[in-house]
Design a protein around this ligand. Structure first.
Ligand SMILES: Nc1ncnc2c1ncn2[C@@H]1O[C@@H]2COP(=O)(O)O[C@H]2[C@H]1O
Length: 211
């Protein structure tokens, strides 16, 4: 085996390794290294298709790597209590809602959660306003049968970013910090719900200390 072939095999080994990896940041780094090795090999053997195939993948891997690094940084801040949910803006889609519009009713099947961006929204069962910057609709993901535990309506027109549960799961599995934040938010709301059911007054908007 000459050194040109060795570079080719290195590219193959790195490509296989990246496909086998489950953790997003190392996977993207190894995939970028694989592309560099394969492009070098393609150049040395004079194969444009080999170089092109890898060159096309580099921006995708680099962008995903950038997103994940930024996400991990932001979620580390979340875990330390200094939370901005701005980083969620690269996930999901923003939707506009009119005053009076009902987003979902208690008992509806739940497929997504919302990050409120503007306007005012209300959970009728809890007599609770959801303000910009807060998350709502996350409990449906965890409830038996994936059903809504309350109804959400728009009180003042505004926008909310909708994140599908598959996106939320992706964030959860890939980022322990986000998982911890999510756990804290949901358990706080469940404890609050249990306390309310037992007749205790609502102390402060649920999630306010983590949001
Ligand atoms: N005690 C609570 N405090 C704040 N928000 C709540 C509380 N209980 C439920 N919610 C929110 O109301 C939403 C109703 O739909 P979900 O069950 O999908 O998710 C629920 C939570 O996001």
């Amino acid at each position: 085996m000459n050194w040109v072939e060795a570079i080719g095999y290195l590219g193959t080994a790195l490509t296989v390794a990246s496909s086998a990896m489950g953790t997003m940041i190392p996977l993207r780094i190894v995939a970028l290294c694989a592309s560099c090795a394969v492009i070098t090999y393609g150049y040395l053997i004079g194969s444009v298709p080999v170089m092109l195939t890898e060159a096309i993948q580099i921006p995708f891997n680099a962008w995903r790597l950038y997103e994940m690094v930024r996400l991990v940084r932001e979620t580390q801040r979340a875990a330390s209590g200094d939370l901005s949910l701005d980083w969620l803006k690269s996930f999901g889609t923003s939707r506009r809602f009119r005053a009076g519009e009902v987003l979902f009713l208690k008992g509806d099947p739940a497929h997504e959660m919302y990050l409120i961006e503007s306007g005012r929204f209300r959970i009728a069962e809890h007599g609770l306003d959801v303000q910009p910057g807060q998350i709502v609709g996350e409990l449906g993901m965890l409830s038996p049968g994936n059903r809504r535990t309350g109804s959400l309506a728009c009180v003042e027109a505004g926008t909310a970013r909708c994140l599908s549960y598959s996106e939320v799961k992706q964030l959860y599995y890939q980022n322990p910090e986000f998982g911890f934040y999510f756990l804290k938010l949901t358990s706080e709301r469940l404890f609050q719900g249990a306390a309310e059911a037992a007749g205790a007054p609502r102390p402060a908007p649920a999630g306010s200390d983590v949001l």
